[in-house]
Design a protein around this ligand. Structure first.
Ligand code: S3P
Length: 434
């Protein structure tokens, strides 16, 4: 599928973007392992979260839906999963494979985890190392990439693990293996990362301690089913936060957006650049902070991105680079090497696209320097990455000519219906089948 965008336009209206991807994955995982039925509303019906649903169905869990974002998960308890009869295909989803590696390391049965061409290129040593220290037996393909062969029947023991990189997936993997381990499992992180696993485990009645910077739990407990209301994904809202900011005459209300402080780096950074963003009606829904976000067009200036914001905005950098291209002056990002191991090498993919549109930039090993200025049209290669596709679609609002984006099928992993929703708000986007 290909996106074609005419230049210009304004973004106006009110919209609720699809459900949070991270929370949707965890709702399925924890709901499946709970005792009783977990009802989920606002579930993201994107390919990544559906891959997690399919994986648990393949392990004997009955899941009704999704219908209009509603799921009913009939939990089997921590020890109720059954051996899958085939490898579990997790598509494009790094969250699914890394969290499941931890969960499956503690099962009585063997399993194999694999995915698409992008996932099979992603590093798994980061989860294999701590899991090995816990007593797990996992084999990977060359270069410690998927497929992962997870041996069952191992006795896991709790460890203390200092995460070498700020990664919520690695943190969550270790904590989920800890549910099946003897004794306590604890982790420290070099910088705070999204804390949905900790919050949701507590929501399901599991005791998770947080003291002296360490997050810890003891194995051998139980999860109790709950109702989960998934807020709109701030990572999807981010495309429209930038869109309404950069396009003159824009005013947009994004409703019911999750504003967990471990996820709001994009708001902090856009405000530092001069954006006009107001949070309204702040409330807490099911243990997660939620707000309506009003954004109006505003001129932006380039900034030096504070390093502590990097993990808090990790998925939003592709679209933030578009904001930087529309700002006056220079934006500098460092300390973001993690961007190189996402669904694509996001520094390289964004730099190539910006260069194609005539935006001056310099690639750094762990970041990028972008000089704001005029943007032309051109053709963009998404490198199989949903967020690269959506970011350059937003760029069209300030481009001087048509933008063509090839290889956009992956947008459905996190944001099904992006093109129709964006069109309704004022983006001049059309879709062409291959
Ligand atoms: C996620 C964690 C982040 C993020 C990903 C979702 C999660 O990955 O990029 O989209 O749900 O835990 P890392 O933990 O690799 O930074």
């Amino acid at each position: 599928m290909e996106f074609r965008l005419l230049p210009g336009g304004a973004i106006t209206g009110e919209v609720r973007v699809p459900g949070d991807k991270s929370i949707s994955h965890r709702a399925v995982m924890l709901g499946a392992l709970a005792q009783g039925a977990t009802r989920v509303s606002g579930f993201l019906e994107g390919e990544d979260a559906l891959a997690t649903v399919a994986a648990f169905r393949a392990m004997g869990v009955t899941i009704d839906g999704p219908h209009d974002g509603e799921l009913l998960i009939h939990g089997v308890g921590l020890h109720g999963l059954q051996a899958p009869s085939a490898p579990l295909d997790l598509g494009n989803s790094g969250t699914s494979i890394r969290l499941l590696a931890g969960l499956l390391a503690g099962q009585s049965f063997d399993s194999v985890l694999t995915g698409d061409v992008s996932l099979r290129a992603r590093p798994m040593a980061r989860v294999m190392q701590p899991l090995a220290a816990m007593g797990a037996a996992i084999r990977a393909a060359e270069g410690e990439r998927p497929p992962l062969q997870v041996r069952g029947g191992r006795t896991l023991r709790g460890i203390h693990y200092d995460l070498p990189m700020a990664s919520a997936q690695v943190k969550s993997c270790v904590l989920l293996a800890g549910l099946y381990s003897r004794g306590r499992t604890s982790v420290t992180e070099p910088a705070p990362t999204r804390d949905h696993t900790e919050r949701m485990l507590r929501g399901f009645g599991y005791d998770v301690a947080c003291a002296d910077g360490a997050i810890s739990l003891a194995g051998g407990g139980a999860l109790r089913a709950i109702d989960i209301h998934v807020p709109a994904d701030i990572s999807s809202a981010a495309f429209f936060l930038v869109a309404a900011t950069i396009a003159p005459d824009s005013e947009l209300l994004l409703t019911h957006v999750g504003v967990n402080p471990t996820r709001t780096g994009i708001i902090t950074l856009l405000r530092l650049m001069g954006a006009d963003i107001t949070l309204r009606n702040q409330r807490e829904v099911g243990g997660e902070p939620v707000a309506d976000i009003l954004v109006r067009h505003a001129p932006l200036r380039g900034i030096d991105i504070p390093r502590e914001q990097v993990p808090l905005a990790i998925d939003e950098f592709p679209v933030l680079f578009i904001a930087a291209a529309c700002a006056t002056g220079r934006t500098v990002l460092r300390g973001a090497a993690e961007l190189r191991v996402k669904e694509s090498d996001r520094i390289a993919a964004m730099a190539a696209g910006l260069t194609a549109l005539g935006v001056s930039n310099e690639v750094l090993e762990d970041g990028i320097i972008i000089d704001g200025g005029a943007m032309g049209g051109g053709t963009i290669d998404t490198c199989h990455d949903h967020r690269i596709a959506m970011s350059f679609a937003i760029a069209a609002l300030r481009a001087e000519d048509e933008i063509r984006i090839v290889d956009c099928d992956h947008v459905a992993t996190s944001f099904p219906g992006f093109d129709a929703l964006a069109r309704g708000l004022g983006l001049q986007i059309s879709t062409l089948a291959d």
